[in-house]
Design a protein around this ligand. Structure first.
Ligand code: ADP
Length: 275
């Protein structure tokens, strides 16, 4: 099947990335041909050292990074099978090609929670922030407020609705961001370092919240203990390429693989091997 003939179907992968290459405008090649398929309902970890390309990949999933312009071939391929001609799409969500035309629908389907909540929160009150997405989707003010309050309750923050986001703790701000994303009812949830900079209680809360969500989840993280808890499959990215993609226990249980890519086996797995 030609890639351009892929249409939205119920059995389409939740996320499909094919031969994705991305070069930043300054010339740095961040993704060198990434292939990834995620089926609906999976929870996948994206791990790798700093600079591996994790954030760059996540930003392609809802089209924050540009579509067509990224398609500069690394080098020409003789058989043309993998050659990129500048018009071939590289990312699909639920079978829907990520491009400028589909951007509004793609952004409705893909909820992205940034690592730093301050990159995401901009309103003067929590409720306004969480209601922003639903309002943008065309809900009435009353309906958007109802959905926002419901989502704040889901992240156990119903008591902060009228407060200013910048008066909340870091962990609370992270949960407000999650509420804002949930308010748009995404089918794919993309989380960039969800547990970074959280204290142990905040981390535990966030992990349990993520565990309870039914959306397809892609989690970029250095928190390999969380990966063991939440993710059935782990994708290891380094230097813009996927170097491993398999069951979490196999990927995180391979000390040589981890060491070769700047990672360490999580302590609980190490201890499990010792006993
Ligand atoms: P990770 O999230 O795995 O730490 P990134 O996706 O942030 O990796 O970065 C991948 C590569 O792209 C790195 O070499 C990084 O320096 C580069 N990079 C990231 N953002 C930019 C940018 N805005 N401009 C140029 N290069 C960038």
């Amino acid at each position: 099947m030609n890639s351009s003939s892929l249409t939205m179907t119920n059995d389409a992968p939740a996320v499909q990335v094919r031969e994705l290459i991305y070069r930043y405008p300054d010339g740095r090649l961040a993704l060198r041909g990434v292939d990834l398929t995620i089926v609906p309902g999976e929870t996948i970890a994206l791990v790798g050292p700093n600079g591996a390309g994790k954030s760059t990949l996540l930003l392609h999933l809802n089209g924050i990074l540009p579509g067509k312009e990224r398609s500069q071939p690394l080098h020409a391929h003789g058989n043309g099978q993998h050659a990129r001609n500048g018009s071939e799409p590289a990312v699909w969500i639920d079978g829907l090609e990520v491009n400028a035309k589909n951007a509004p629908e793609v952004r409705r389907r893909v909820g992205l929670v940034f690592q730093d909540p301050d990159d995401q929160l901009f309103s003067t009150s929590v409720i306004e922030d969480v209601a922003f997405g639903p309002l943008n989707l065309g809900m009435s003010r009353a309906e958007a407020k109802r959905v926002a309050l419901e989502c704040l309750a889901r992240v156990n923050l119903d008591d902060v609705a009228d407060r200013a986001p910048h008066h909340l703790s870091f962990g609370e701000r992270k949960r407000v961001c999650l509420a804002g994303v949930l308010a748009c009812n995404p089918s794919v949830l993309v989380l960039d370092e969800p547990t970074a900079n959280l204290d142990p209680r905040g981390r535990r809360r966030f992990i349990e919240l993520i565990r309870g969500l039914t959306a397809t989840k892609l989690i970029a993280t250095h928190d390999l203990e969380m990966v063991l808890e939440l993710c059935n499959r782990t994708v290891l990215l380094d230097s813009g390429r996927i170097v491993a993609n398999g069951l979490t226990r196999n990927v995180l249980g391979d000390p040589n693989l981890l060491e070769a890519h700047g990672l360490e086996m999580p302590l609980s797995l190490k201890m499990g091997r010792l006993v």
